[in-house]
Design a protein around this ligand. Sequence first.
Ligand SMILES: [Zn+2]
Length: 236
Amino acid sequence: MRREWLLPLGAALLAALLADVLGRAAGWGALGPGDGRTRRVALTFDDGPSERTPALLAVLARQGAPATFFITAPAAARWPDHLRALREAGHGLEAHGRWHTHALRLPPWREWAQVRWHPRAAEPGPHLYRPPYGGHSPFTRLLARLARRQVALWDVEGRDWTPASAADLAARTLARVRPGSVLLLHDGPAVTPELLEALLPGLRERGLTPVLLRDLPPHRIGWREGLRRVGTSYGG
Ligand SMILES: [Zn+2]
C-alpha cells in the first residue's frame, strides 16, 4: 500500500470507530419511546423478580396498571413463584440477560448466551432484550439480530437506585415524562413500590395511561433522540 493512503485510511477507521461507540451509547436503532401523539406510557422494571415483586404487584393491581418486567435468569431461578405471579397478573415478561453483566465484560460467545436467554423463549415473539446497564458491545446488535431479539431501551429514568426519597424521585420522573415515554424502574430497590404509588396518580393527572411496552408500541431510536440519550442516561 502506498504511504499517502495511510492517513485517510486511518482517519476513516477512527471515524468509523467513533461512530460505532457513539451509536452504541446513543442506542440508535434500538427500541425507545413510542409515538408522542398517543397518551400512553410504558412502565418497565429491570432486574427482577426479587423480594420486592409482591409489593410492586400489589400497587399495580390496586391502581389497575400493567407493566413490563425485564427479567434476569438468576433472578428467575431464585424467585420462581414471583415470576409465576407476574405472568398470572398479565404483566409483560422480557429478557434482561442470562447474567446481569455489562456487554463489554463478556466475550462474544458468552454474550451470545446472554442475548439468547429469554423467560418466554419457547413462546411466539416478539422477544425483547434490554442489555444490563443498557450497555452494548460491538457485537450486541448483530447477536440480537441473529437471536431474533429486539433491543429495547427507555427514555425516562426513575433513578430508584439513588438515595433520594420516593416523593422526590416521583416529582423528578413526572417532570420528564411525556406521551409515549418508556420509564425505567427496578424490581429490587426498597423505594420503588412507594415511588410507583406516587407515580401512577401523577401519570393519570397528566392524562397518560400506562400500557404494556408491546402495546405502546416502542419506536426505533433515531439520531436526534439518540444524542439526547447520551446526555441524560445513566444506565439501568
Ligand atoms: Zn439491570
